[in-house]
Design a protein around this ligand. Structure first.
Ligand code: SF4
Length: 267
């Protein structure tokens, strides 16, 4: 860092149309600025005595008044004294295989097949169960998620659940199970049949254009399939939640999507 520069955690994130987000996480502050203001901030951080025009000084003053600049940088958060890494909750990514090809997929779901091994899954479940015992908890949590559709590794999923339940029973603990799923109808029935005692069944969905954003591998939209599964869950009284992934083009339709879910799904 050059002489005169002040240490500060400040990030410049590209937004749109020559707009940027200035983000200072330790200060819990953010602002939207244009390219000119972003340049002024960069120069000011290099050297706070840099000559500024009146307009540039006004920019710095406003950002300072809003907590993004100036004063002492807050300390980074730290773990409590004596903290040891002993989680009682694990989320297993069973497979990268997926029946969908979501346009926004961060994991390139379905492109290649990578599966968790039983030894890896068992070690992770043992770890959280043991941590729960050692810390005097009454429960631990095992979840399933993607990069892929967990129910495509159905045998492994069931094996993990049964193992976690047996592990919990032998230790006198409760285990909470939850899974994300793309909720194809056939798997919905399987989940219900196996999993009434599971803690939660989380269904992923996309706001705005579910058929556009979340097509199956063959290009068909998944909307009708997911709705059939949700209605099946409702008929069975099976608890679930719906998580929306909101992309930029779906943002204007968030309220409409939530209203639709509120009217269509009970509870
Ligand atoms: S369901 Fe998940 S893993 Fe599969 S394509 Fe969509 S975002 Fe990717």
């Amino acid at each position: 860092m050059p002489a005169g520069a002040r240490p500060i955690e400040l990030f410049l994130l590209d937004l749109e149309d020559e707009q940027f987000v200035l983000y200072a996480p330790l200060r819990r502050a953010a602002a939207v600025v244009n390219r000119g203001a972003a340049g002024v901030v960069a120069r000011y951080l290099e050297d706070e005595h840099v000559p500024l025009t009146a307009a540039e000084a006004e920019t710095i003053a406003r950002l300072t008044a809003n907590g993004l600049l100036g004063g002492e940088e807050p300390a980074s958060p730290a773990f409590p004294e004596g903290y040891g890494f002993a989680p009682y909750e694990v989320t297993l990514f069973l497979t990268s295989r997926c029946n969908l090809r979501c346009r926004y997929c961060y994991a390139e779901g379905g492109k290649e097949a990578h599966d968790l091994t039983w030894d890896q899954a068992r070690a992770a479940i043992d770890f959280v169960a043991q941590n729960a015992v050692q810390s005097g908890r009454e429960d631990f949590v095992v979840g399933f998620h993607g990069g892929g559709e967990p129910t495509l590794a159905w045998g492994m999923l069931v094996r993990c659940v049964e193992y976690a339940e047996a592990r919990a029973a032998s230790a006198g603990l409760r285990v909470h199970i939850h899974t994300a799923t793309t909720a194809s109808e056939r798997r919905a029935a399987g989940l219900c049949e196996r999993a009434f005692q599971w803690h939660q069944h989380l269904v992923r969905w996309a706001a705005g254009h579910p058929n556009h954003n979340r097509p199956f591998a063959d290009g068909r939209g998944s909307f009708d399939d997911v709705m059939r599964s949700l209605k099946y869950f409702d008929r069975q009284g099976f608890p679930y939640g719906v998580r929306l992934t909101v992309t930029r083009d779906g943002t204007p339709r968030m309220a409409e999507t939530i209203a639709f879910l509120g009217h269509t799904l009970p509870g």
